[in-house]
Design a protein around this ligand. Structure first.
Ligand code: AMP
Length: 400
């Protein structure tokens, strides 16, 4: 069974083609600058070099057609015909309270995703364009939607409600949803697998630290609390996002700096975080390099960032009355030994003991980086959201 996984953004579309007999990736790629002049298609077959084509691609249906051309291309392709694609899985950012798990695409599913446009105005409309484009080009091929929020739908009310008038929750669904759910679900399952223990018996804190960052408390195999909120702005400090702050700062700044809602939104989402404090970059590689070169602002940005990760780990250990496993994943979490060391350094009171040599080793494999006598097992687990999307698509379409 071959499954095409799609992550459609407003002007880009990423794809991976899986062969589910062994879960191997046959090809992957992306279409960038959709609707702009000179769109770029990058296609990477698993066994041949990458190809790049510059073209005019005005909308998502043409982008999907271009992807299918690539997948069946006589030189760069990996399929003899598009009819070899058995199902398509889509990443969808917001599933609201309706989608507690992945779902087959039908009229009702599409209606619900549309109803959620308000909660994720930048993402859900783009995902919908991807879904309708596939419908138009691959008629009759079943599609599945996998939501970033679904894993967190198990959170209890005490975790997901905000202490503001209940009418706002009832009228406008203002609550914590959490994001990166597919990643937190994948890495926690993988960790339990590697440890040879049932996930249901572990208390885990999963730290997905990439451009966006979130921490999740996983209790009895379910999300118990997570740091991102109604939107992906809350929680940890990120590359360009502020994370937690006093909400009173928003009206105060608007008043003092004469900012509009759009401007303040942009400030918190695009001009804050590592970028704002370092005055240099939102990229953790550049921050750490500058810090080691003696840049004081880069050091401050790094220290604020790691301090906030540490506080969330402590909070979630308290929330679950313990922690058995601490997971690091995503771009920064998987690659930055210095970040992991800084975070774990002050957590010895929880029984966390990092093996500095194991922590410093570079590898793409999931692995333990704590000492044998550490009460908490610290692990690096490379995330693979696409694989989880492919697996859910496989499960749901096999039954269909
Ligand atoms: P992601 O959003 O998961 O793709 O993560 C992207 C981020 O990972 C980049 O912005 C970098 O800041 C970070 N990153 C990647 N490699 C490294 C590294 N070796 N050290 C520190 N940060 C890294």
């Amino acid at each position: 069974m071959k499954i095409l996984v799609i992550n459609a953004g407003s002007s880009s579309l990423k794809y991976q083609l899986y062969d589910m007999t062994d879960e191997s990736v046959l090809a992957s790629g992306r279409v960038e600058r959709i609707g702009m002049d000179s769109s770029i298609v990058t296609h990477e077959p698993a066994d041949r070099p990458e190809v790049r084509v510059v073209d005019e691609i005005l909308e998502h249906t043409s982008a999907i057609k271009r992807v299918l051309d690539m997948l069946t291309h006589k030189e760069h392709g990996v399929l003899s015909s598009v009819s070899d694609i058995d199902a398509v899985g889509h990443r969808v950012v917001h599933g609201g309270e309706v989608f507690k798990e992945s779902a087959l695409v039908n009229q009702e599913t599409k209606l619900e995703i549309r109803r959620l446009f308000d909660l994720a105005p930048l993402h859900n409309p783009a995902h919908m364009m991807g879904i309708t484009a596939v419908e138009a080009v691959l008629q009759g091929v079943p599609q599945v939607v996998v939501f970033d929020t679904a894993f967190h739908q198990t959170m209890p009310q005490q975790s997901y409600l905000y202490p503001i008038p209940m009418v706002l929750y009832k009228r406008h669904a203002i609550r914590r949803y959490g994001f990166h759910g597919t990643s937190h679900a994948y890495v926690s399952e993988r960790a339990a697998d590697l440890l040879g223990k049932p996930l249901q018996e572990l208390k885990l804190v999963s730290c997905h630290i990439g451009n966006g960052a979130s921490a999740t408390a996983i209790l009895n195999g379910k999300s118990f609390d997570t740091s991102m909120g109604m939107t992906p702005l809350e929680g940890l400090m990120m590359g360009t996002r502020s994370g937690d702050l006093d909400p009173a700062i928003v009206p105060y700044t608007m008043n003092k700096e004469d900012l509009t809602l759009t401007e303040v939104n942009s400030m918190l989402n695009k001009h804050s975080g590592l970028l704002a404090i370092s005055g240099l970059s939102s990229d953790m590689r550049e921050i750490t390099e500058a810090m080691f070169d003696g840049d004081k602002n880069a050091r401050l940005a790094f220290e604020m960032y790691t301090y906030r990760v540490k506080k969330y780990i402590g909070a979630y250990a308290a929330a679950m009355n313990g922690i058995d496993v601490l997971l690091f994943t995503a771009g920064v979490g998987e690659n930055s030994a210095v970040l992991r060391e800084h975070v774990c350094d002050g957590l010895t009171f929880l029984g966390i003991k990092l093996d500095k040599e194991l922590n410093a080793q570079r590898s793409k494999e999931a692995r333990i980086i704590s000492t044998p006598d550490s009460t908490v097992t610290v692990m690096i687990v490379p995330t693979n959201e696409e694989l989880l999307i492919a697996r859910d698509t496989f499960k749901l379409t096999k039954q269909a």
